[in-house]
Design a protein around this ligand. Sequence first.
Ligand SMILES: Cc1ncc(COP(=O)(O)O)c(C=O)c1O
Length: 402
Amino acid sequence: MTTTGWQQAAERDLMSLGGRLANLERGDGSHVWDVDGRQYLDFLGGIAVNCLGHAHPVFVDAVASQAARLAHVSNFFTSPPQLELAARLKRLSGAGEEGRVFLANSGGEANETAIKLARLHGRTTGARTILCLNGAFHGRSTGALALTPKAAYQDPFAPLMPGVQPIDPTLDALEAAFAVGDVAAMFVEPIQGEAGVVELPEGFLARARELTARHGALLILDEVQTGSGRTGEWFAFQHEDIVPDAITVAKGIAAGFPLGALITFGAASELFSPGTHNSTFGGNPLASATANAVLGHIEQEDLLANVRERGAELRERVADLPLVAETRGAGLLIGVVLDRPVAADVVAEALSRGLIVNAPAPDVVRLAPAYTIGDDEIQEFIDLFGQALSATASRENVETPE
Ligand SMILES: Cc1ncc(COP(=O)(O)O)c(C=O)c1O
């Protein structure tokens, strides 16, 4: 590819961290366009963020009208949008009367807050260990990174926060960890998105809930990727019969406006006290009003039903395409598992045909489209993705299934 002006500018001015696939300047619904006018079908949705697609009128109106009214105030004050959002998140999560909400700017910041919650809880019980799962991704800030046991991410930044114990996501490892004891809290993603849309073993969350409760430890669910309706319920834990002590949310919560949240349930709501935590931008009126409009629209239009139906339809149709071994995930968080580790090639073939998806694992392509997708978007996706898979298969000289 020839180096165009924008690539030179990116090279010269941006920190060297990747992210130069295209220079996108405009979006509408499930499509985005680059500076050269090239159209892409966006089935990654800013990695599970753009749940209403791009430039949705509800999003645009919310940002514009709140910006014209009151964008930001210091955290010495609250605001009507912030109060409305906190009450809404308590209702949607089932945190109820006792629940409390802290508003932040990102998933990483929500998880940092949850780590502090775990530490505060550990002070009351004397336990010092935070359990996390191998394969987990909780963010790039140093605390969240300590809970993200991947050498390539962690090693350059060692030493990281102490007191973290990663375990395998198996029932045996779970039992063994609690047999050792000293557990203040356990962090779990209901579906490990960055690991390749990997589901937990059957019964894992329920057993984690039993063991954390029995040992006086907090069960903290990272719903940054799975929350805000992505899996077809407001939060992924609601597919199961459990109540966590806390969840963290971000990504889709405001459909592209930066916002994160920690929602606590029951006694965990009493751990923070004035002066122990805060955030300058977290939950300002602009971000909160946008989240209210987005979540209100999802509720009003029953988009969760569309997430469930379209997710099932996509998985059924993708299963017939070349190279596809199986699909994983829930709702519109889908991992397409290939029969060989060529996901990066498929993603590149897709991009060259104007389709945006990504490869969180060598054999997995992740889909996280908007909750608003319909027949047209699905057909366009199947056509483009099918072509990308066929091209990869023929280049690899792989036999395609009949
Ligand atoms: C499960 C999970 N937790 C935390 C994060 C970090 O969120 P952010 O990038 O907003 O800090 C991510 C981001 O991909 C995530 O998928």
